[in-house]
Write a protein that binds this ligand. Structure first.
Ligand SMILES: Nc1ncnc2c1ncn2[C@@H]1O[C@H](COP(=O)(O)OP(=O)(O)OP(=O)(O)O)[C@@H](O)[C@H]1O
Ligand SMILES: [Mg+2]
Length: 265
């Protein structure tokens, strides 16, 4: 059974721009999902991992996604990150309807719009920090000189220029995650998606990584973070709780209220 929604017939692999209202002016949300479903087919059985998720995330929001194991958090992140397509429903990323794109088109959008940070860092073991950060630019076809300059700049933004020739096993856990964050930033993505980014780090190093994400948010970055830990989620300004594939609660955190008060909203 083909679980992908019907795609438009197209002879080109370049994304077909279909814009949502407000997208032309940049006024719309960065992420907008409408009744998103993801049903996995397991032999003759179906597992409904997401059951009708509708949400909007605006530019420069800082959102934590929480929920019990198996509730659908990673499934939702995979859809938002264009790693997977929904069984039903619509997903607009930066005003563009991406739920109907094919795999090549999704890969293109993903590389351009999404910066991923994973619990296990996912760095290439044999490549230096600089080369790891450069990789998304290689895939994007950026010329070598510009690539090196932009990768260096990204490493500088996480205070790791002095470690540019180090390979992952020559870096601390926190430094590895900072390299991964530099790699996520190098394409100047619309959104950073972090799935348990502090899951493998001790509390001091976790605080350092959360401080870095905070700095990126202050610089205008939109951030969506999956976490099991409520003290990590408290760094975000909004917390969305998923239960059985649905949004159970969507609230402003204490930090979010403080920020609103400060901004006079
Ligand atoms: N590829 C797959 N095929 C079939 N079922 C899947 C697949 N991936 C996830 N599931 C099921 O979908 C549900 C949601 O899984 P998901 O990985 O999104 O949970 P999660 O909230 O990220 O959990 P955790 O906190 O443990 O990471 C689970 O019941 C899981 O067993
Ligand atoms: Mg998960």
């Amino acid at each position: 059974m083909n679980l992908s929604p019907a795609t438009e017939t197209t002879t080109s692999t370049s994304p077909t721009p279909r814009l949502s209202p407000g997208a032309e002016t940049g006024a719309g949300p960065v992420i907008r999902t409408q009744d998103l479903w993801r049903i996995y087919q397991m032999g003759s059985e179906q597992v409904a991992a997401l059951r009708g998720v509708s949400l909007n995330i605006q530019h420069n929001e800082y959102v934590a996604i929480m929920g019990p194991s198996g509730s659908g958090k990673s499934t939702l992140m995979n859809l938002i990150g264009c790693l997977d397509t929904p069984t039903r429903g619509e997903y607009w990323l930066n005003g563009q309807l991406v739920s109907a794109l094919n795999d090549d088109q999704l890969a293109h959008i993903r590389n351009k719009e999404i910066g991923f940070v994973f619990q296990t860092f996912n760095l290439l073991a044999r490549a230096t920090a600089l080369h790891n950060v450069e990789l998304p630019l290689v895939y994007a076809g950026v010329p070598p000189a510009e690539r090196a300059e932009r990768a260096l700049q990204a490493l500088r933004s996480v205070d790791l220029e002095s470690r540019k020739h180090h390979k992952p096993n020559e870096l601390s856990g926190g430094q590895r995650q900072r390299v991964a964050i530099a790699r996520a930033l190098v394409n100047r993505p619309s959104i950073i998606l972090a799935d348990e980014p502090t899951g493998n780090l001790d509390s001091v190093t976790s605080a350092e990584i959360m401080g870095l994400l905070e700095r990126l948010w202050e610089q205008g970055q939109t951030i969506v973070l999956v976490t099991h830990e409520s003290d990590i989620a408290e760094h975000a300004h909004r917390a969305i709780f998923i239960r059985d594939g649905q949004i159970a609660r969507d609230e402003i955190t204490t930090r979010g209220r403080e920020r609103r008060a400060k901004a006079g909203e």
